[in-house]
Design a binder for this molecule. Structure first.
Ligand code: SAM
Length: 266
């Protein structure tokens, strides 16, 4: 039950959030009051937010592609810009589609694609136990979630059958991690952010294996920064996939796709 707040209590809450540096203090106060189960929880939530925890960790959820996605502390918060990747995936996916959400974090991408398509066989995986637990809650009975390194935990029966391979891998160059806002740097695990020297180390590993898992005509979709896109497209092209870069100014998003040639034209 949301906590009913008098106008005075609401302005006190807004003032506390504003003093802590929250730019959208009014909006955040409304969300916190609507999510807290009682006054004690409300106070604890405001204290955590004022101490710099990401709003989504404080609330326990993030909005992604129209869905409310549970996000536990220590799990990467799905970013609104990644909705652009989902739009590309929806446009590419056949029906029915075999979908793998690699490096799934909270499972937001797989859950969003499953919600957007009628018939999906969904598999998701992440190396972090906290992410896997969270993804299991978000994906529920719409798919399977595995724990382990990249493709290693996936069932072998998926080889050569994957129509859409979503892989929002970590892509921040190691030396840029220190420049990230504290909400990410302090409260999200390093393994979710650090993509190695040029930010593309995990992508290289995914691209090297992707052709063996994709169905003919299937596609790998990854997000990068605008600066990394050309190099990421080369990495994907070198693996034998046909690369394509698309971007969205509004969401400040860049997606690099790689298609496995060969779907029969009917
Ligand atoms: C940038 S986050 C993306 C999470 C989610 N896909 C999203 O967009 O909200 C990257 C995720 O990759 C996972 N990860 C990093 N290295 C991995 C690996 N070698 N194998 C599996 N998952 C990995 C992290 O635990 C993290 O959840």
């Amino acid at each position: 039950m949301p906590v009913p707040l008098s106008p005075t209590a609401l302005s006190t809450l807004v003032a506390a959030l504003r003093a802590a540096g929250c730019v959208f203090a009014e909006d955040e106060a409304g969300l916190i009051a609507a999510t807290a189960a009682g006054p004690a929880e409300l106070t604890a939530m405001v204290e955590r937010r004022a101490a710099g925890h990401p709003l989504e960790h404080v609330l326990g959820w993030a909005e992604f592609n129209g869905l409310r996605i549970a996000v536990d502390p220590g799990v990467f918060v799905p970013r609104r810009r990644t909705e652009f990747l989902i739009r590309q995936a929806v446009a590419l996916a056949p029906e029915p589609a075999v979908v793998v959400d690699l490096c799934c974090g909270s499972g937001a991408l797989g859950a969003a694609l499953a919600a957007a398509l009628d018939r999906v066989e969904l598999h998701a995986a992440d190396v972090e136990p906290a992410a896997v637990r969270c993804a299991r809650r978000n994906i529920g009975d719409r798919g399977e979630v595995y724990e382990g390194d990249l493709f290693a935990p996936l069932p072998g029966s998926l080889r050569g059958r994957v129509d859409v391979l979503l892989a929002n891998v970590p892509y921040v160059p190691t030396e840029d991690v220190a420049l990230l806002p504290a909400e990410a740097r302090v409260h999200e695990p390093l393994v979710a952010l650090d993509g190695g020297g040029d930010g593309l180390d995990v992508l290289r590993r995914v691209a090297a294996e992707a052709p063996r898992w994709l169905a003919p005509g299937g596609s790998l979709l990854v997000e990068t920064s605008e600066r990394q896109a050309e190099r990421a497209a080369r990495v994907i092209g070198d693996s034998g996939l046909v690369p394509r870069v698309v971007s969205c100014d509004e969401l400040y998003a860049t997606v690099v796709m790689g298609a496995r040639p060969g779907r029969a034209v009917s």
